[in-house]
Design a protein around this ligand. Structure first.
Ligand SMILES: C=C(O[C@H]1C=CC=C(C(=O)O)[C@@H]1O)C(=O)O
Length: 481
């Protein structure tokens, strides 16, 4: 084992002499490449104690105000990627933001000086972060720090798959750096890592009151849905997804690490996300994979159509059956499947999906879902695939050119990163991005939660409002404990 947690004393980590030696060699090589090309990433990856909890370590070890990131799916063999710090920030806005950040990452990746690939996906240098829903991103002050496209190359990344946990340390070498500076920077980071094995608990008995309030009156949302239905019945479009914001004002600052801890207990099949920027954290427990690429294989999920859960198993099955037979929900979901397959086909040797959707169950809700897989004809990067697919009609609409301007006009909402892609990519441009749903932006004592529904010809405004409440049940009970 190249990295040993210190079990006594500071409760941190220490690099073995071999790993320090390797770090020096990689940083010296990165510096040589930087002097030829202007800049170069240097990195090493080491094995860590299998009991390490990547998200807990990152949450406990972050410096005040620095970016941090987590994406984990406990039910997928404990898959987790958690990252700290920012050695390079890659940002862009506008319609070509995906291709621009992909090109910048490709250039950095092509001259990285690092260990040969080993360990679970996500080991080695990565870029982590997300994209706003809209090409130009969120303009409201509360979305400060969450640019239209914003990826960071972290200084420390912990990756887990099953019992295999690795730590990557990464620095950007510039021509005027010295090897000693780069090594010292990363050793300081290692010295600050806390060997936490659990996320903090939510305060069980906070003093003071919580206030939960819709950003706009619920009737505004029902009117927006009614207007969407009118436009669909007039033949302007097939589907539009409309969302609303509900705020939780707490008596104390929200604690994103504690919120994540509760979410991952409650939603182990979901993609748990946290993107911390400055004093804010964007958290999600999303059921929806946008894209996972592993070499030439790509996977995604067409998710849409919803109903509640019941504590009574017979009623719960009945609700799922009814969802499967609902013509309205089947159409709402088929629109998503068709668009995803149509988008992937020109880039693929084959695209395959089951004929019938399945019921996908989370703690508070059930959906219709179709897993879709593709064999790519050429290695289109994960970021570019996310850009091709986003926004699917699960969060946008069909046809998109009609739905895109209608969404902000009817919602009156700044979506920011809500319903945008969030995830990571590695040196091979493999990686995964999920759709940021069942999410909240936490800043101090205010949490902004977002939930939307697919509006189709037969949508009923009151029922759609009720569906947003079911979706909000993922976060409201946790935030307004
Ligand atoms: C837009 C959201 O969910 C989407 C994903 C699954 C089911 C949906 C639905 O039934 O409307 C939505 O399309 C949201 O949770 O905010």
């Amino acid at each position: 084992m190249a990295l040993l947690p210190i079990t006594s004393g500071a409760g941190g980590f220490v690099l073995s002499p071999d790993a320090v030696d390797r770090l020096e060699r990689r940083m010296a090589e990165a510096l040589r490449r930087a002097r030829r090309h202007g800049e170069a990433l240097g990195a090493i990856t080491v094995t860590v104690d299998p009991a390490t909890d990547p998200t807990a370590v990152v949450a406990a070890s972050r410096r005040t105000g620095e970016p941090w990131f987590c994406l984990e799916q406990p039910d997928r063999d404990g898959a987790a990627l958690a990252a700290l710090g920012c050695t390079v920030a890659i940002e862009a806005s506008g319609a070509d933001r995906f291709t621009r950040v992909a090109a910048r990452w490709r250039a950095l990746a092509s001259r990285a000086a690092c260990d040969p690939p080993d360990g679970p996906r996500g080991c080695g240098p990565v870029a982590v972060g997300g994209f706003a829903f809209a090409p130009d991103g969120g303009a409201a002050p509360h979305w400060a720090g969450y640019a239209a496209a914003s990826l960071h190359v972290p200084e420390a990344t912990l990756v887990r798959r099953g019992g295999d946990v690795r730590l990557t340390l990464c620095a950007l070498a510039c021509p005027d750096d010295t090897t000693a500076d780069l090594v010292d920077r990363l050793l300081r980071r290692v010295g600050e890592l806390r060997a936490a094995t659990a996320l903090p608990m939510l305060d069980p008995d906070p003093a003071g009151r919580y206030r939960v309030a819709s950003a706009m009156p619920p009737e505004h949302y029902e009117q927006a849905v009614a207007r969407g239905v009118e436009r669909i019945r007039a033949g302007d479009l097939e589907k539009v997804v409309l969302a609303r914001e509900v705020q939780v004002h707490a008596p104390v600052d929200h604690d994103p690490a504690a919120v994540l801890g509760v979410l991952r207990e409650a939603f182990p099949s979901c993609h748990l996300v946290c993107a911390g920027r400055g004093d804010a954290a964007f958290v999600a427990a999303s059921p929806e994979l946008l894209i996972r690429r592993d070499g030439l294989r790509a996977a995604t999920l067409a998710l849409a159509g919803s109903t509640r859960r019941s504590a009574d198993p017979a009623v719960d099955d009945h609700l799922g059956e009814r969802l499967l037979r609902s013509a309205k929900d089947r159409e709402e979901q088929a629109i998503v499947s068709r668009r995803i397959a149509r988008t992937l086909r020109p880039h693929a040797v084959w695209v395959t999906a089951p004929d019938e959707p399945e019921v996908v169950r989370m703690a508070n809700i059930q959906h219709l879902g179709t897993p879709i897989r593709a064999q790519l004809a050429r290695p289109v990067s994960t970021i570019e695939l996310a850009g091709l697919l986003h926004p699917t009609p699960a969060v946008g609409g069909e046809p998109l050119p009609v739905a895109a301007p209608l969404i902000p006009a009817l919602e009156g909402l700044d979506r920011g990163w809500y319903a945008g892609p969030v995830g990571w990519t590695d040196l091979d441009e493999d990686g995964e991005f999920v759709v940021a749903l069942r999410c909240a932006l936490l800043r101090g004592p205010v949490a902004r939660c977002y939930a939307g529904v697919g509006v189709v010809r037969d949508s009923d405004p009151a029922a759609e409002l009720a569906e947003t409440e079911v979706k909000l049940q993922a976060l409201l009970p946790v935030l307004a404990a």
